[in-house]
Ligand binder design. Structure first.
Ligand SMILES: Cc1ncc(COP(=O)(O)O)c(C=O)c1O
Length: 392
């Protein structure tokens, strides 16, 4: 066998493309946030993580442009060596203050935060315990760690207790959960997880990729539940509400200092470019100056969830502006995706391995900048296509 034989035999994606049922890697010719164009075809975007609509905010744009003018396009080096600017430090100070932790550390992507943090902390003879629906970057961080990974059923506290109680009490343990689950839009029950963590000597890390800027007045899931002190590490990304690219980990100063000197995805990778840092700093300011954006995105989430439910769609346990339309069957999911696309609505089609088998769904997500007219249009299309496809 030649190494590349598997590449020549990989035909699934090409067959889906030929059938017009391939929803991935679509290149848009224009994107203004809530509206995108595929050539001349206009689509209302309900598949983005731009929750506060800040990618096109004048202050955020201007901050990025000014940073390019002042510092150029890249730091061309690792944070560890030549790649730290004063603005990286300033962002770390402001983020720590925002999420109410002693210190924060900025990485070049959220994925790298999870890879670097988990692998730095969980050593040989120690354990990392994850929810089965945790994000891929958490799973990969666990695979890189020298310690042992254990998993519990999604949001099932009895199963978490079963796992924790089976481990040596004195061994170091880290529970890692998503604050808001990226496909289901449901929340991790942090108060219960914290109680179990205390009982079984485990630390807690929460991935707030989808909650920063949305829950807890923007400060994330721990703030939403009022349990910030009991969440040891808060992780966030800049690729969603912060309208940029990068990510951070926040916690006690000594822990962050340790991660800073042990996380390989930080040390051996180039730092966030100045324009990305400046965009996050500006976005953080706008989030605090314009809290109505946070209220609006949540109100839109509530409105759409109720409307989909009233039509007869299955939206699972969503409590946030991420609303899955659960269909189950892969082919039906792709065909519905295609009809919505033709009618001018962009959603994300998620089939295994993105979700467990028979749990295929259309992931919809909303922005504070969606207009009521756009949302009416989306609901009208969903009603027509849903009936046509026999979903409602
Ligand atoms: C829950 C979660 N964690 C981490 C990440 C990775 O973030 P980034 O896009 O900054 O690499 C994502 C992004 O998809 C995510 O949804």
């Amino acid at each position: 066998m030649d190494l590349f034989d598997k590449c020549h035999q990989f035909t699934e994606a090409r067959m889906a493309q030929a059938a017009g049922l391939y929803p991935y890697f679509i290149p848009f010719s224009e994107s203004e946030g809530t509206v995108v164009y595929d050539g001349d075809h206009r689509l209302v975007m309900i598949g983005s993580n731009n929750y506060l609509g800040l990618t096109t905010h004048p202050k955020v744009r201007q901050a990025a442009i000014r940073a390019v003018e002042q510092f150029g396009t890249s730091c061309t080096g690792s944070r560890f060596l030549n790649g730290t600017l004063e603005m990286h430090r300033e962002l770390e100070r402001r983020l720590a203050e925002y999420v109410n932790k002693e210190a924060a550390l900025v990485f070049s992507t959220g994925f790298q935060v999870n890879l670097g943090t988990i692998s730095a902390l969980v050593g040989k003879g120690e354990y990392v315990i994850t929810d089965k629906e945790d994000h891929a970057s958490i799973i990969d961080g666990c695979r890189l760690a020298m310690g042992t990974m254990k998993r519990f059923r999604h949001n099932d506290m009895a199963d978490l207790e079963r796992v924790l109680s089976s481990l040596p009490h004195e061994a170091g343990k880290l529970i890692v959960v998503d604050g808001v689950y990226s496909m289901g839009g449901d929340l991790a029950p942090l108060p219960e997880i914290i109680a179990l963590g205390k009982k079984y000597n485990a630390r807690l890390m929460v991935d707030d990729a989808h909650s920063i800027g949305v829950l807890g007045g923007g400060r994330g899931t721990a703030a939403h539940f009022g349990v910030t002190e009991d969440v040891d590490l808060i992780m966030g990304t800049f690729s969603k509400s912060f309208a940029s690219l990068g990510g951070f980990i926040a916690g006690d100063e000594a822990v962050i200092h340790y991660i800073q000197h042990h996380a390989r995805s930080l040390i051996f990778s180039a730092s966030m470019p100045p324009s990305n840092v400046a965009a996050v700093l500006a976005a953080l300011e706008v989030m605090q100056e314009e809290p109505e954006r946070i209220e609006r995105v949540n109100a839109i989430g509530d409105r759409m969830r109720q409307a989909y439910r009233a039509m007869g769609y299955n939206v699972g346990e969503s409590q946030t502006p991420i609303i899955p339309i659960i269909i189950g069957d892969d082919m039906r999911t792709l065909m519905t995706w295609k009809r919505l696309y033709e009618e001018g609505v962009y959603v994300n089609a998620v089939i295994p391995p993105g979700v467990p088998p028979n749990k295929s769904l259309l992931r919809t997500s909303y922005m504070a900048t969606h207009t009521d007219e756009q949302l009416d249009f989306v609901l009208d299309v969903f009603e027509r296509v849903g009936r046509e496809m026999g979903l409602i």
